[in-house]
Design a protein around this ligand. Sequence first.
Ligand code: F6R
Length: 364
Amino acid sequence: GKGEHRHFMAKEIFEQPQVMGDTLNAMFNPAERTITLPDLGMDLKDISRVTLIGCGTASLAASVAKYWIEHVARVPVEVDVASEFRYRCPPLPEGGVALFISQSGETADTLAALRYAKSQGQRVIGVVNVPESTIAREADAVLPTLAGPEIGVAATKTFVSQLMVLACFSLALAEARGAVAPDRVAALSAALAEVPSRAVEVLNHDKRIRDIAADLAEARDVLYLGRGTSYPLALEGALKLKEISYIHAEGYAAGEMKHGPIALIDETVPVIVIAPSDGLFEKTASNVQEVVARGGRVVLFSDAAGIARMGDTALYAIEMPAVDPFVTPLLYALPIQLLAYHIAVHKGTDVDQPRNLAKSVTVE
Ligand code: F6R
């Protein structure tokens, strides 16, 4: 059942600290601060190239992981949506590994993409939430997302479990390749281990986000901006809002604003800014100045330092915990889900069963 919650989506959002902990604990040894993946039937240090494929939210988890893997493991990564990848028939290199990310493990395009990669001699790994699914069966190995059943059509807890698995994969790969110093791997593992308790703090903003949502619910269009790993989160925020509230929303890399989308900005367009105070913060801050100068109404998600620097330009600011920039996507995913959820509830749409959507897309 839904427990104390009005919708499965709310219940699943609030399960995320638990789910992230469960997913991490299957791979993480807290005493030694080391990550051990299930046997992938290959030596991680031989991986010369990673391909990450999914549809919808799963493809956005893949996009976050591209930044992680390239940054910490220094292995080139290609990301694509399954429906493009499968018909592009891309040449795939010797020694490549391809990860197929899917909650259901039954998505038709993702399965077809897996079969293509296998036919091209790639080692294929399923990142799936349903252990007896077709993708789990056909993959050479599985990295399970231990989210439990997800009833709401909008992916929430499965997204953060996918991120957790992919973060662990990135660190294990980095370690195996000697791409980062061992103490840095330990520090990043420790930061990951802290995520579940930090996520509880983030969920405490629920009521505040509900109030902000009430103010945004009349918008016709909403923009989401971010840089680095916050860019795919901007895309995910926009996707969540579209699918459950039917408000038109778009995510952009903040640096792309001046290349076109800034023309959309006026007082009627809320702009959701995902900007932890990482190495890209100042760049995002100057994009936000340009938005504010054109009358944009900014909702800022940042930490105390970021809010001190940029908060007065925002109509609303939500203070996130200060954490290592590596783990921010796992935490910033939560308030953007809550924002979409509360806007949809405010509008009175069917949050758990949005129109035109199915939980599992088994036809292309
Ligand atoms: C978005 C959403 C969809 C799915 C997509 C892939 O909230 O739920 O975009 O992420 O249909 O589904 P799976 O992960 O089952 O392959």
